[in-house]
Write a protein that binds this ligand. Sequence first.
Ligand code: HAM
Length: 412
Amino acid sequence: MKFETLRGMKDMFSIDVDKYNFIVNTAKKTFDKYGYSNIITPILEETDLFKRAVGDETDVVSKEMYTFMDKGDRSVTMRPEGTAGVVRAYLNAGFHKSSPNVKWYYYGPMYRYEAPQKGRYREFHQFGVESFGIRSPFLDAELITMACEFLNQLGINDLVVELNSLGSVESRIVYIKELQNYLLSNIDKLSNDSKIRAEKNPLRVFDSKDEGDQKVLESAPKLHDFFDEESTKYFEELKSTLYKFNVKYVINPALVRGLDYYCDTVFEIKSSKLGSQSTVLGGGRYDKLTEILGGVKVPGIGFAAGIERLSMIMDESLLEKNDKKIYIAYFEETKDYLLEVLKELRKHDLNVEFEYSLKGFSAQMKKANKIGVNYVIILGENEIKNGKVTFKDFNTGNQEEISITEVIERVK
Ligand code: HAM
């Protein structure tokens, strides 16, 4: 009997793990500079949290959630995204009362029961940030700038920043009513999915890829025509601040994002290298979410990036090569000396490999070549006598007898 990973999930080995760690470390370094600190929240949450935060009619909630009853008969869900849990944590811990302005980052696995394809998995990993307490176009522009800086640090440069505003929640309510009237008057031309959405959550019709739906949407009322003065001004200021930050963007009026909690600023960053799943990073403002989840008003904004997608397009040459790997070849008579040398090298954090069950000398040298070490240390009887080791540098081909202290100095 052979077990496989579940569909849409995968194991990560060697270079994939190196890339994952590099992406996480690069994100931490970049976001630290902007004052973000780490938050860790559970993978499992009450199902209602996502229903209320992300929205009942979104694809994520209505089709893709990993939901089940736990042994206490509670409906629980493996988080499909990070924002809802982070907002819940913020409210639970009472940050809105004690120190409302906080900036957090998080990373880890997310779960969506989607149709798997390249760049789209059922278990995937996100790196995300959330900033609470401030509503300012400057913060929004800074956040988008920070996102671009992070991607550039990964050597990803062929990016397009798509930007839109959804306006205030109040203006959107008026708009949604108009949009619904329009969609219902064209209901025969809509796909079955969109017929339901037109009834329940008309804005989600914009998520449809169906050609017929897209045609109907071309003549639909335009969201921007319904903006109130404040939202219009906010968007204008955001655009001019982005310009000052030197961030190039394109306005995409059809960008509504697939989650319900957004208002005003929304954005996605796309890479042409990714094919159909081209969005590497997406986010926006959610000033009403704390009210929906906890009855208090705290503005918020954030974004998340898919680590697997970043991994596919990052510049691999940036990965640190481990050029400090040492292989120790030894003989039956020098086993005890091996132990002494090992202890000393490891005390200095050097990466050492050797055979647990002794092989012939040429087999050991072959192995050193195969695993691609940079240095070999040979421990023979002469070396013990002289209190030294034979040190071979694979890069230069030089070989000489030196002390362990000298080995450490050279390798470091
Ligand atoms: P999202 O757009 O649903 O936003 O996901 C963000 C990113 O996660 C996507 O751009 C993509 O790179 C990655 N992603 C999403 N689904 C998959 C999948 N099935 N397989 C692989 N990668 C995937 C959010 O999740 C929001 N919580 C972002 C946010 C934070 N907004 C405000 N704060």
